[in-house]
Write a protein of this length. Structure first.
Length: 325
């Protein structure tokens, strides 16, 4: 049976090079440099762009003396072009893996808490069974990772769907795992290591290493002081780099606030110690996030199942059933 395709891009004969041109123009800022990157002439690139704009009936870029800037239409088209190119690249990788007998590659984005125990458990399990499967694990914040997941740069994400990221909620599948308690840490031998009866008033004037303003963790940290009528700590170094945090703590009497799971790992190896104070704040629930409309590769499906198994081992039963968000 002959199947009829009525999509506009089939009728208009959309070219892959036009999608590549969109991505290159966003990065380079003008047609000439984008053409150079793609190994084509500037007239050829300009013609491809005009053909695409004619197909869509809209202008994709504003031409200015300082370069070309994507219009709202252009931003939409660039985002989808990147997703198409990412899917094509993934298809090539999967076919190459099948031809060579390899198991493919999977990219995971992870928040710090899950990177401490759950994700290493899962990766170790997968690598034991599939030693040739390549896994890329990147530790980042949820607000950075979610757009990358939406554009196909990540296969799986362990994190949160933040309220300010409503535009992504309709196309993700979210499997909640656990919430995230916070604790105060310091170097071994710190003057407060064995202090009793510590309160927020007793530590507000300490020197701190904190996640930068604007991060969820910093917001929760500052809020707990504000709620009891105190200004948040002012003597602060801002960084979210865990190597920098631990190095600063080891060389000073500074304090830091970390997810409990991360702190537990540092304490287990004798690097840092928890300060005996219960903080009245927690981070929101985090979970496994995948794209609702995207079919995972066989390799990614293996990693996803290993993550679920590791989550059950580390956190126990899921907080609730998986839901589409």
């Amino acid at each position: 049976m002959t199947r009829s395709y009525s999509n506009w891009f089939v009728r208009a004969r959309l070219k892959t090079r036009q999608l590549l041109l969109l991505a290159a123009m966003e990065e380079e800022g003008n047609v000439r440099r984008a053409a150079d990157v793609l190994g084509m002439t500037q007239p050829a690139a300009s013609r491809l762009l005009k053909e695409l704009e004619d197909m869509l009936g809209v202008s994709l870029f504003d031409r200015t003396p300082h370069g070309m800037h994507a219009t709202l239409y252009g931003e939409v088209m660039i985002r989808h072009a990147r997703m198409v190119l990412s899917n094509l690249s993934q298809a090539h990788d999967e076919i190459s893996a099948l031809r060579s007998g390899l198991a493919g590659q999977v990219r995971i984005g992870v928040i710090a808490a899950a990177a401490a125990t759950m994700v290493p458990h899962a990766i170790a399990s997968v690598k034991e069974r599939y030693p040739q499967l390549q896994i890329w694990a990147e530790v980042e914040t949820s607000d950075v990772m979610l757009p990358r997941l939406a554009e196909g740069e990540l296969d799986i994400m362990i994190g949160r769907v933040l309220e300010r990221q409503n535009q992504f909620k309709t196309d993700v599948r979210y499997e909640p795992l656990a919430d995230e308690p916070l604790c105060v840490v310091a170097r071994p031998g710190h003057p407060l290591e064995n202090e009793t009866g510590l309160t927020l008033r007793g530590i507000v004037n300490a020197s701190w290493v904190l996640h930068p303003p604007g991060s969820v963790l910093r917001h929760r940290f500052d809020l707990m002081f504000s709620q009891i009528g105190l200004n948040p700590p002012q003597n602060v170094v801002n960084t979210n780099n865990f190597l920098a945090i631990s190095s600063l703590l080891l060389q000073s009497d500074m304090l830091a606030v970390l997810p409990d799971e991360v702190a537990r790992q540092y304490q287990q190896y004798g690097v840092l110690k928890r300060v005996p104070i219960d903080l009245p704040c927690r981070m929101d629930t985090f979970g496994i996030i995948t794209r609702q409309s995207h079919l995972l590769s066989p390799a990614a499906a293996v990693v996803l199942e290993a993550l679920r198994d590791a989550a059950r081992e580390v956190y126990g039963s899921p907080l609730e059933t998986a839901v589409a968000r």
